[in-house]
Design a protein around this ligand. Structure first.
Ligand code: C2E
Ligand code: MG
Ligand code: MG
Length: 691
C-alpha cells in the first residue's frame, strides 16, 4: 500500500518535471510494478513518450507494454548499443516534434538573414562592421569597390589602415568621444584607398550594444563624396577663376587680399597690389582676331605666373588687365623691383602664328598699410595709379601717391630697420662721463644709445628714438638699454673700479609701458647691480599725461634706492612749484640754457633761478652740454654740482670710457649737500687735467 501511494505522487511529478524542464529523453528506473508506473505516466504526463524496458522477454510482456501505449519495448538482457538504439527510436517521436518547430523558426530566421545579407552586399554605400577596437569583422561589396581593399586584405585589420593623414589627432579624439558617449558619429572623413588616393567620405558610425549595455560592435556606412566634390570644385573654379587663363579672378583676388592684410597686420609686413594694364592690346584683337588675342593673353598670363614667387597671386581682372598681389615683404623698394620684373617679363618678344609681337604695360602700385588698409580701396587706388602711369606714355609704373614713394617709404624702412636692428643686436651703448664740479672726480656716466647700422653707418638717437617711440619699439629697446647699462656698470665694479652711477634715459612712451617697473627690477636683479648705482632720467613731459601715476612710480623707485633725475630741465612745462611733489634727486639743466650762460644774461638768470630752487629743495643740479671753460667757471661759481659736456668728453664707447675712468679721481660723497662740498681743485687745474 505504501509503495503504491509513493508511486502515485512522486513518479508522475518527477517524470513531468524531467520531460518539461530538461531534456528530450529521460530514463527512469521504476521501483513499482511496471504496468502501474506506465499507466500513471500516461495519465499524468501526456507529453511523455514512454519506452518499456523490462525483464520480460516473453511476447506477453512485449504485448503488455504496447498495450499501455509505450512507444518502444526493450528487454533488459540485450546489449547497451541496442538499448541506445531503442531509446533513440522511441524518443524520435517527441524529438521530431520539437525539431520540427525549431527548424521552422530557423528557416524563418535564415530567410530574414538572407534578405539582410543581400541588402548588405548590394548597398551602394560601403558598410563595415568592426569590433570595439576598430578591428574589421565584415565588409560589403561597395566597400571593396570604393576602397579597393579586398576582404582578405582588410578583415582582421584595424580601421586605421584607411587613414589619410589629413586629420590631426584631435579630430579622431573628438570622433571617439562622441561615439563612446552618444553611440553615433557622422561627418566627412578623408580616407585613403588601397592605391594611395585620398578621397572624401561621408561617414556614419553607429555603436551596437549587447544586453548589458556595453558596445559590442561598430557599423560604419561610408559614402564616397569624390563625385560631389569634383562637381563642387568645378563650380568653385568657375566662380573664382578666369576660364581662359585659369588665373584667379577678381573675387578670389579680393579674398586673398583680405587674408593677406590680416596676416600682414599680425606680422608687421607690407602687402602690395600691382595693377598691370597691357599697352595697346586692343590692336592685337582687331588685327589678329579675338581667338588670336585669347592665345596671346594665355601666353602672357603663363609668363607672369612662372615669373613670380609661388606665394604671390596673379589674377586676371579684366580683358587685358592683371593684378599681382605680393605679400610677406617689408621693404617698399621690393615693389619697384617687382614692377620692373613684370615689365621685363611682358617685354620679351612673343612669337605666335608666324607673328612677332612686343608688349609693354603700365603698372599702378598701392601698398598696405602705407596707402590704405582696406582691400577695396587698395584695389581702387592701384587701378588709379595704373591710369596715372598710362598718362605718362606707357611701359612704366607709378605708386598711388608720390609721397608714398619717398617720405612714407623712408619712414617704413626706418621702422623695419629698427626692428631688424633689435633682432640683430645692432644697438650699442656709448657713455658720457659726468664730473663733480669741485673735486673733478668722475662720478657718473650717462648711457646714450647708438645704432650701428650696416646700411646707414652710425645713427644718433635723435634720428631713431622718435620713430622708436611712435612705433612702440622704444619699449623693447629701452629694456635692452636698461639691462645692458646695469650689466656694464656691474662689470666695471667687478673689475675693481670705484662705483659710479650709470644714468639711463627713460622716454615718456617707455614710462607708459606697464612693464617698465618690472623691467627695472629685472635689470637690477639679473645683473646684481645695487640700485643706488642706477640713475633714471625722465623728462618733464612724463608728468604731463598722468602726474599721479608718475609720482607713484617714482616713489616706488626711490624706495628701491634708485637715483632719479629730471632731464632737459627748463624746456618742459612743469612749474617750479610742482617740483616739490616730484620725488627726484636731481635736475639736469638743458644744454640750450648752458650754451649762452657766459654771454646771455637771460640764460644766466634762468640757470641761477633753477640752481636756487634746487638748493631750496635739496636737489642736485647737473649741467648738460658744457662745452667751454667759461661755462664751467660760471657753473662752479653759481653752485652747480655736476657737469657733463664736450668740454670733458663726448659720449664714447665702453673701452674709451674705461680709459677715462682709469685716469679719473674718484670720490664717493655723491649725496653730500652741494654747499658743503670741498673745492679741492681750481678750475684751471680741473680743465688742464680733463682736457
Ligand atoms: P639727452 O638725454 O639730453 O642726452 C644728452 C645729449 O646731449 C646727447 O646727445 C649728448 O651727446 C649731447 N651732448 C652732451 N654734451 C654735449 C655738448 O657739449 N654739446 C652738444 N652739442 N651736445 C652734447 P645724444 O646722444 O645724441 O642723445 C640725444 C638724445 O637722445 C638724448 O638727450 C636723449 O633724450 C635721447 N637718448 C639718447 N640715448 C637714449 C636712450 O638710451 N634712451 C632714450 N629713451 N633716449 C635716449
Ligand atoms: Mg639724458
Ligand atoms: Mg638732456
Amino acid at each position: 500500500m505504501f509503495v503504491h501511494l509513493w508511486i502515485l505522487v512522486v513518479l508522475p511529478a518527477v517524470a513531468f518535471l524531467l520531460s518539461t524542464m530538461f531534456s528530450d529523453i529521460s530514463l527512469l528506473k521504476m521501483v513499482s510494478d511496471g504496468y502501474g508506473a506506465v499507466t500513471l505516466l500516461f495519465y499524468f504526463c501526456i507529453l511523455v513518450a514512454v519506452s518499456w524496458l523490462a525483464f520480460r522477454t516473453a511476447f506477453s510482456g512485449f504485448a503488455l507494454g504496447f498495450g499501455f501505449f509505450t512507444v518502444g519495448y526493450t528487454p533488459k538482457e540485450i546489449r547497451k548499443a541496442i538499448i541506445h538504439q531503442r531509446i533513440a527510436r522511441s524518443s524520435r517521436f517527441q524529438f521530431n516534434q520539437h525539431m520540427q518547430q525549431e527548424l521552422e523558426i530557423l528557416r524563418e530566421k535564415e530567410s530574414e538573414l538572407e534578405i539582410i545579407q543581400k541588402v548588405f552586399s548590394h548597398l551602394s554605400e560601403a558598410v563595415v562592421i568592426t569590433d570595439v577596437q576598430g578591428t574589421i569583422a565584415s565588409i560589403n561589396n561597395a566597400f571593396v569597390e570604393i576602397t579597393g581593399f579586398l576582404a582578405n586584405d582588410i578583415i582582421g585589420q584595424n580601421m586605421r589602415l584607411l587613414k589619410s593623414g589629413r586629420h590631426g589627432t584631435p579630430f579622431y579624439v573628438e570622433m571617439w568621444q562622441e561615439l563612446l558617449t552618444k553611440g553615433l558619429w557622422s561627418g566627412n572623413i578623408w580616407n585613403q584607398r588601397k592605391n594611395g588616393e585620398i578621397y572624401p567620405q561621408w561617414t556614419v558610425i553607429k555603436a551596437i550594444y549587447d544586453r548589458d549595455g556595453n558596445i559590442r560592435n561598430f557599423v560604419g556606412i561610408l559614402s564616397d563624396r569624390t563625385d560631389i566634390r569634383e562637381s563642387q570644385q568645378q563650380i568653385e573654379f568657375a566662380a573664382n577663376y578666369d576660364i581662359l587663363t585659369e588665373l584667379p579672378n577678381r573675387i578670389l583676388l579680393k579674398d586673398r587680399l583680405s587674408q593677406s592684410i590680416i596676416q600682414a597686420k599680425r606680422h608687421k609686413q607690407l602687402v602690395g597690389l600691382l595693377w598691370v594694364g597691357l599697352d595697346r592690346f586692343k590692336q592685337v584683337n582687331t588685327s589678329g582676331g579675338r581667338l588670336f588675342g585669347d592665345q596671346v593673353l594665355k601666353i602672357l598670363a603663363q609668363r607672369l605666373r612662372d615669373g613670380m614667387r609661388e606665394n604671390d597671386t596673379i589674377a586676371r581682372i579684366g580683358g587685358d588687365e592683371f593684378v599681382l598681389l605680393a605679400t610677406q615683404l617689408d621693404d617698399i623698394a621690393h615693389f619697384r623691383l617687382i614692377a620692373e620684373k613684370i615689365l621685363q617679363l611682358l617685354g620679351h618678344t612673343l612669337q605666335l602664328g608666324g607673328h612677332t609681337l612686343h608688349f609693354s604695360a603700365c603698372i599702378g602700385i598701392t601698398v598696405y598699410p602705407i596707402d590704405v588698409d582696406c582691400a577695396e580701396s587698395l584695389l581702387k587706388h592701384a587701378e588709379t595709379a595704373m591710369h596715372q602711369a598710362k598718362k605718362l606714355g606707357g611701359n612704366t609704373y607709378q605708386f598711388y601717391t608720390q609721397q608714398m614713394g619717398d617720405v612714407a617709404m623712408r619712414r617704413w624702412n626706418t621702422e623695419v630697420g629698427l626692428r631688424r636692428a633689435l633682432e640683430h643686436k645692432e644697438f650699442v651703448l656709448f657713455y658720457q662721463p659726468q664730473y663733480d664740479v669741485f673735486t673733478g672726480a668722475l662720478v657718473g656716466v650717462e648711457a646714450l644709445v647708438r645704432w650701428n647700422s650696416p646700411q646707414f653707418g652710425w645713427v644718433t638717437p635723435d634720428q631713431f628714438i622718435p620713430m622708436a617711440e611712435e612705433t612702440g619699439l622704444i619699449v623693447p629697446l629701452g629694456e635692452w638699454i636698461l639691462m645692458e647699462a646695469c650689466a656694464q656698470n656691474k662689470r666695471w665694479q667687478d673689475a675693481g673700479f670705484p662705483p659710479i652711477q650709470v644714468a639711463v634715459n627713460v622716454s615718456p612712451r617707455q614710462f607708459k609701458s606697464p612693464h617698465l617697473v618690472e623691467a627695472v627690477e629685472k635689470s637690477l636683479l639679473k645683473t646684481g647691480l645695487d640700485a643706488q648705482w642706477l640713475e633714471l632720467e625722465i623728462t618733464e613731459s612724463t608728468f604731463l599725461d598722468d602726474e599721479k601715476r608718475a609720482i607713484e612710480i617714482l616713489g616706488q623707485w626711490r624706495r628701491l634706492g634708485l637715483h632719479l633725475a629730471i632731464d632737459d630741465f627748463g624746456t618742459g612745462y612743469s612749474s617750479l612749484s610742482c617740483l616739490r611733489h616730484y620725488p627726484v634727486h636731481s635736475l639736469k639743466i638743458d644744454r640750450s640754457f648752458i650754451n649762452d650762460i657766459a654771454h646771455d644774461d637771460q640764460s644766466a638768470a634762468i640757470v641761477n633761478a633753477i640752481l636756487a630752487v634746487a638748493r631750496g629743495l635739496k636737489l642736485t643740479v647737473v649741467a648738460e652740454g658744457v662745452s667751454s671753460v667759461e661755462q664751467l667757471e660760471f657753473l662752479r661759481q653759481s653752485g652747480c654740482h655736476k657737469v657733463q659736456g664736450f668740454l670733458f668728453s663726448p659720449p664714447v664707447p665702453e673701452n674709451e670710457i674705461v680709459e677715462l675712468m682709469q685716469d679719473a679721481v674718484f670720490v664717493s660723497n655723491l649725496h653730500t649737500p652741494a654747499n658743503t662740498w670741498p673745492g679741492h681743485y681750481s678750475m684751471n687745474e680741473i680743465c688742464s687735467e680733463l682736457t
